[in-house]
Design a protein around this ligand. Structure first.
Ligand SMILES: Cc1cc2nc3c(=O)[nH]c(=O)nc-3n(C[C@H](O)[C@H](O)[C@H](O)COP(=O)(O)O)c2cc1C
Length: 153
């Protein structure tokens, strides 16, 4: 099974840490969103889309990538100041609107040095932490299980 994960992690590299932890749990190719023009999604069985949350949603690089995926199941993840999973909803909705099967969504906190938070050295220092990364690994293992069950049917 071939998995491709596309990541937009331009603030602090937080979401890339989550993607790298997932890649320790399950073999996968992790690329930055800006590298996707050379990629052919058709070469993969499952696609992951992950990014920092900027102004309440994933950044444009991930939304644009999402619009180029056809016929492949997808999972979504993010890091943010609050760590809220609701921030994944705009991306999940856009994918579903395009007929994409979204297998699941994961979110955790990430170091946030945006705007005034920069003054105190940021909030959520140390995040994603070991526990966040373990949760990310557990999430990807669940996604694989879900994928395999669907394939068996
Ligand atoms: C321009 C900007 C806007 C942000 N907007 C939000 C937001 O709306 N809600 C939130 O919880 N965090 C927000 N954050 C915090 C980031 O989502 C958080 O630091 C995230 O972990 C960054 O991920 P990255 O390092 O992978 O880019 C924002 C950060 C920046 C730089």
């Amino acid at each position: 099974m071939k998995i491709l994960v596309v990541v937009d992690s331009h603030h602090q590299g937080n979401t890339m840490k989550v993607a790298e932890a997932m890649a320790e749990a399950v073999p996968m190719t992790v690329v930055r969103a800006e590298e996707t023009p050379q990629l052919n999604f058709g070469d993969y069985d499952l696609i992951g889309l992950g990014g920092g949350i900027y102004y309440g949603k994933h950044g444009a690089a991930i939304s644009e990538t999402a619009n180029t995926i056809h016929d492949r199941p997808v999972f979504v993840f993010s890091t943010s100041g609050t760590g809220a999973e609701k921030y994944n909803e705009p991306l999940v909705s856009a994918l579903k609107k395009n007929g994409i099967d979204v297998l699941g969504s994961f979110a955790c906190k990430g170091l946030d040095k945006f705007f005034i938070f920069k003054l105190a050295g940021g909030i959520n220092k140390g995040h994603p932490d070991e526990r966040d990364l373990e949760n990310g690994k557990r999430f990807i293992l669940d996604i694989i299980e879900k994928y395999n069950k669907k394939e068996e049917k």
